[in-house]
Structure formats: C-alpha cells, structure tokens
Design a protein around this ligand. Structure first.
Ligand SMILES: C[S@@+](CC[C@H](N)C(=O)[O-])C[C@H]1O[C@@H](n2cnc3c(N)ncnc32)[C@H](O)[C@@H]1O
Length: 209
C-alpha cells in the first residue's frame, strides 16, 4: 500500500499535505512505527540537544522534546513551512517550550555548529533533494561524540510506505554518510518495515608528520 505517495509535490511530499499530515499523526501508526521503543533506543538524557531533520508535523518531535525535558532542546527542521505551522500549533497545545522549529534550506538544516548530541532523521532522507550536502552540514552541527540516527524504509515490499523506486537502500545511505565524515556505529532491528542506523563522526585521519 503506497497511497499518498503517488504524486510528489514540493520536498518529496504529496500535493495533498492535509492527507499526509493525517496519516503521519494517525495513532494507528504506532503499530509499525513503535515510537516508544524508538525513543527508548535513542538513549536520550535530560538536558541533551537533539535535531530532527524532516520533522514534518512532529510525530517524533513532541516525544523527543519530552525525552530531553525542559532543560534540553529540540531543533525541528523541515523545508515545508505549512508543516512547521502544524508543528507549532501542536507544541502550543502540548505546552512544550523546548522546541525550535527551523525552516531548512533544502541542502542545509541551518543548525548551530557543534551543538547537537543527536540528529534524528525518520522516513525523510529519501525526500531530500541533496541528501549528501545536507549530511555534510548536519555532521558539523554535532558535538564531537554526537550521533546521527537514520530510520528509513526497507527496500522490499512492505504493507505501508512509499513506492520501492523512491526508497534508499541502507548501504547507499551509509555511503553518503561516509562521504559526509560519518561512520556506521551500529544498527538496531526493532522495526518491521524500516532500518535503524546509528552513525558517529569519523575521527579525522592524522596527516603523517
Ligand atoms: C515522510 S515525511 C516524515 C516526517 C516525520 N519525520 C515523520 O516520520 O513523521 C518527510 C519530511 O521531510 C521533509 N523534507 C523534505 N526535504 C527536506 C529537506 N531538504 N530538509 C528538511 N526537511 C525536508 C518533508 O517536508 C517532510 O516533512
């Protein structure tokens, strides 16, 4: 079932944004998205700074904000202003004050350098017009031992998700990440239809003296 993905509009989204928002925020999504287990697996601590790239209306953003608590912070980056408006309204209703919505530039999440303990990308990398460029800039926003978690669709038929031709194999993502100075540190197999990759900054190789 790939409904809602057949007519890509801006930023890889369907032209029917309202329908997309409804599907993304549908409580039934929890059956396969397992948000509690995902956030648990991120191992966030109170006070940490997280960036979510391609946050959409914030299915994960609100959960991340609660995980880091009022002393922590979440940058919720998206390239589509309409989705950030919906996110803002949801944050207001939830009484959460530790999220900064950021209108990204497409190939630049516009994050401060060396600020984020973790950057999370869920079901979004296959939307990015220039993923490698975005990853290079994202890598600079991490603290030295910071991590990137990328969750995206397996490249086989699944009962939900975009058409197979739009999906990005995990190996291709890891190659892009490597060129951005990120190395694969681990993989979690907790989701039925998606891979879950953990990456960290590669140490710069020392020039021979
Ligand atoms: C399928 S949605 C996923 C939303 C959310 N992560 C979730 O799992 O519910 C992909 C999101 O990526 C956003 N997006 C596409 N290109 C982007 C870019 N270059 N920078 C930031 N966000 C982008 C889209 O606007 C959309 O909100």
């Amino acid at each position: 079932m790939a409904h809602g993905h057949s007519r890509p509009g801006r930023h890889g989204n369907p032209t029917d944004l309202a329908g997309m928002i409804k599907r993304q925020l549908d409580p039934k999504r929890a059956v396969w998205q397992k948000p509690v287990r995902v956030v648990d697996a991120l191992g966030l601590r109170r006070g940490q700074v997280v960036a979510e790239i391609g946050s959409g209306p914030g299915y994960f953003t609100l959960r991340l904000a609660r995980a880091v608590g009022p002393s922590g912070h979440v940058y919720a980056v998206d390239a589509e202003p309409t989705l950030l408006e919906v996110l803002r309204a949801r944050l207001r209703r939830a009484g959460l004050h530790n999220v900064t919505p950021v209108l990204g530039l497409g190939d630049d999440p516009l994050l401060p350098a060396g600020a984020c303990h973790l950057a999370v990308i869920v079901n979004a990398y296959h939307h990015f017009a220039d993923g490698p460029a975005l990853l290079r800039r994202l890598a600079r926003s991490l603290v030295p031992r910071g991590r990137v978690v990328n969750i995206d669709w397996d490249t086989r038929e699944t009962p939900v998700g975009p058409p197979l031709e739009r999906r990005i194999p995990s190996e291709a993502f890891v190659r892009d990440a490597r060129r951005a100075g990120l190395a694969l540190m681990g993989e979690r197999s907790l989701l039925p239809h998606q891979y879950f990759l953990v990456l960290g900054r590669r140490r710069a190789s020392r020039a021979p003296s």
